[in-house]
Design a protein around this ligand. Sequence first.
Ligand code: 16G
Ligand code: ZN
Length: 533
Amino acid sequence: EDLSEGIRAYADLHPKPSNIQFQYGTAGFRTLGVLLESVVFRVGVLAALRSKKLDGKTIGVMITASHNPEQDNGVKLVDPRGEMLEAAWENHATILANAPTTDAFIEVVENLIKLTKIDLAKPANVVYARDTRPTGLTLVAAFQDGLKASGATGRNEDIKTTPVLHYLVRCINSKGTAEAYGEDSEDGYMRKLSGAFKKLVAGKKTHGLLIVDCANGVGAPAAKRLAQFLGDSLPLQLVNTSINTEGALNNACGADFVKTSQRLPPSLSGVLRAGQRACSLDGDADRLIFFYLDERNQFHLLDGDKISALVAAFIVEQVRLAGLEDTIEVGVVQTAYANGASTKYLAERLPVTCVPTGVKHLHHAAEHYSIGVYFEANGHGTVLFSPSAVAALEQRRPSTPAQQTALNHLKNLIDLINQTVGDALSDMLLVEVVLAHKSFSGIEWDALYTDLPNRLVKVVVKDRSVFKTEDAERRLVAPAGLQKKIDELVRKYDGGRAFVRPSGTEDVVRVYAEAILRPQADELAFKVAGLVY
Ligand code: 16G
Ligand code: ZN
């Protein structure tokens, strides 16, 4: 067996643009869509090899650039349990993507086969999907050539959200086992989530109509389908659903816009009434941000930290009510971007860990708790139930009706929550469950703690690679002496906190600052940025 013939037959159709260096970063490969043909072709070959390496298990591939502008696109691989690609293979991906010619590509493929001892006689299975971007179809065609070149069997899921693709991968690979995750179709996903939701809110009141800003992306058709499954249990009003309007995707709408600009998408003014809740998905529906307008029409953000606080406290409560507080430890994982007030609120109630930015870091840290809640401030997150927690829930014999009820709630949460990756639609239902149980509106939820004013700024520097961090990105070790200057500045501000880290997705350095008062947070951010520049 040899792949070189197959690769040679297709690779020249998708030549690598010279003078571009690709990097498999925190979000896979991501850049202008028109530059990505060679990359997705090669990812087709890589996915086939990864599948062969794992004895024919199904690997997932998602073509998306999430919250980025419409002209961008990207691609990432999903491992068999629906998780992100193993770190060592990110490196292989980068090397494959950068081979300058077809011959060089064949050579690095052969090296990889030798290095990782891949048996080419094994089958290769790949399931793939794309978001609604205009470059998606062309890229899928190039990707399919990569599958053909390596003799892999592909399953085309067309347009799906990122979390649905992750869910499908896990379902396909767990089919027929004790860990079977569900029916491997989008409708199977909808049935699983909506079924669990209806059980969890039975006899509770959900609040009127929830407005969902779909970012004019793939979340729109998915939310529409979900609304049909939910029926009266949660009426949804979908806005920003124009997936075929050029330039609309993520434009002045969506989770990233709302979180970054801390204001209402203009398209929702006049739609959202005072006191009413709304949420925004991002362009591939794996991030979620809530918000509401108060009586004075003031905008209030309910971000990933607020979701984390709401959900973690609820799960802790249910674990206690089920009489399992000595068996199940609930913990929370955050990054340095978590608002200091959220960290304080959470740390008073349960263990909290801080890790570097990027879902893979959060996900892995959350696996260390029996129930691990992780959310980034930007709205990406989920809850992981460890096998030991699942077993404890299965084995528990309740001694009171109240224990029985809490136990049922926890079991239904396992089905409601997409444990493979952050999932805006699943998280939306999770939030609504907790709000219904607590009889909370956005106002009471918001009042769990008050966010410290904060400011995030980007600084364009000559070389961001000279910025090196430690302590979960909260401190700089290089350039020498800079951290000391930041410390001196921070000390002058009441409740001040600031940190500097190089972005993993853009050629910039990010500065975050918070303080008790808004003008101070702003000033601190700009002064630290001045030190970096
Ligand atoms: C990526 C990460 C996200 C992180 C963001 C930070 C994944 C799937 N996504 O979008 O978690 O918050 O990068 O970007 O890991 P930055 O490094 O440019 O600040
Ligand atoms: Zn996303």
